[in-house]
Design a protein around this ligand. Structure first.
Ligand SMILES: Nc1nc2c(ncn2[C@@H]2O[C@H](COP(=O)(O)OP(=O)(O)O)[C@@H](O)[C@H]2O)c(=O)[nH]1
Ligand SMILES: [Mg+2]
Ligand SMILES: [Zn+2]
Length: 310
């Protein structure tokens, strides 16, 4: 059993829950002299990490984590205690699914854009799910289609859903298969309801998934991973909705707006911030209507570090 491969499903700080390839769950700890290769963080291993472990105690089903398999990506957030170290929230995330609604409750484009910027920074593809389509009148529906066209053009996946109409529900279920996903969005948009359709037996456990959007409340939290099906996992991270407030360097910000990223090389100054510089390709595109007003506003808002989460 030496050198088996496993998946980290849960962490409590010093102990980890590791799923073997055959589906057995072990309790594991890090090897004493654990060599860290990744970023400097308060927790070296996180949910979603693929690891190599060795069985330590067969009877007690405990293992020792010997190695972390290189990550395809990871989510890190500034440490609660500002020790300069970040906290790893999750690793090897295949996709994020962002559920939003135009009303009951309203999700602002600013909140969406902040989430998208963070996802771009961590290289996580996003699908935007517009839920509660049944609540919209014709005008509001047109508004949603306009949003959808904008974000589709930017490269994001789009899905329209309504639970009472069973609209988009099969597509929603299919999105999860064979992937490690994050589910995000404001409280009340329908995440739990949609998730119940994907995996009814999880029902109660993940009821409060990603519903931690309370402003300013930072607690030490650990992510958990739920198995929805074969090779299909959902990361439940209390910090997901806080990702939108992650600090990003001003100089880097435009890299995380796909429509700006393509233009950056054309600005006169290579350190252009696209605010008021002369011969700025981004400003030119904005003035020509090639960059959406709402997107540029989000850029400015994040740039100024305004709290624009709602
Ligand atoms: N009209 C309508 N209501 C929905 C839909 N999806 C969810 N809801 C309702 O919205 C409320 C909040 O849903 P919930 O799943 O708890 O949202 P969460 O906070 O994102 O997990 C519940 O009363 C759901 O029944 C939908 O597509 N249409
Ligand atoms: Mg919920
Ligand atoms: Zn510029």
């Amino acid at each position: 059993m030496e050198g088996s491969k496993g998946l980290i499903m849960r962490s409590t700080g010093s102990w980890y829950e590791i799923r073997s390839e055959s589906g057995k769950v072990f309790k594991g700890r890090l090897k004493g002299k654990f060599k860290l290769k990744g970023p400097k963080t308060s927790n070296p291993v996180t949910v979603g990490d693929r690891v190599i472990y060795a069985v330590e105690d067969e009877a007690n089903e405990t293992v020792v984590i010997e190695e972390i398999i290189p990550r395809t990506n990871y989510i890190i957030r500034k440490s609660v205690h500002k020790t300069g170290q970040g906290q790893l929230m999750a690793a090897n995330v295949d996709q994020a699914i962002f559920v939003m609604t135009l009303k009951s409750p309203k999700t602002s484009l600013g909140f969406l854009d902040r989430f998208l910027v963070t996802a771009e920074a961590f290289r996580i593809p996003v699908t935007i799910v517009f839920n509660k389509m049944d609540l919209l009148n014709e005008q509001e529906e047109d508004q949603i289609f306009e949003y959808a066209a904008l974000y589709q053009e930017l490269g994001y996946g789009i899905l329209f859903t309504s639970i009472p109409r069973s609209q988009g529900v099969d597509e929603f279920k299919a999105m999860f298969a064979g992937k490690v996903s994050l589910l995000a969005g404001h409280s009340g948009v329908g995440k739990s309801s949609l998730l119940n359709l994907v995996s009814p037996h999880l029902n109660i456990k993940v009821k409060e998934i990603s519903d931690f959007a309370q402003k300013g409340v930072h607690t030490t939290t650990y992510s958990t991973m739920w198995e929805l099906g074969p090779e299909t996992y959902l990361i439940d991270s209390p910090g997901i909705n806080e990702l939108g407030v992650m600090e990003i360097e001003k100089e880097e910000l435009s890299h995380y707006f796909p429509e700006m990223r393509a233009l950056i090389g054309e600005c006169k100054f290579n350190n252009c911030l696209h605010i008021s510089e002369p011969s700025c390709a981004v400003l030119k595109a904005f003035e020509a209507g090639d960059i959406a007003h709402s997107r540029y506003l989000s850029y400015l808002s994040i740039f100024e570090n305004n709290d624009n989460r709602r």
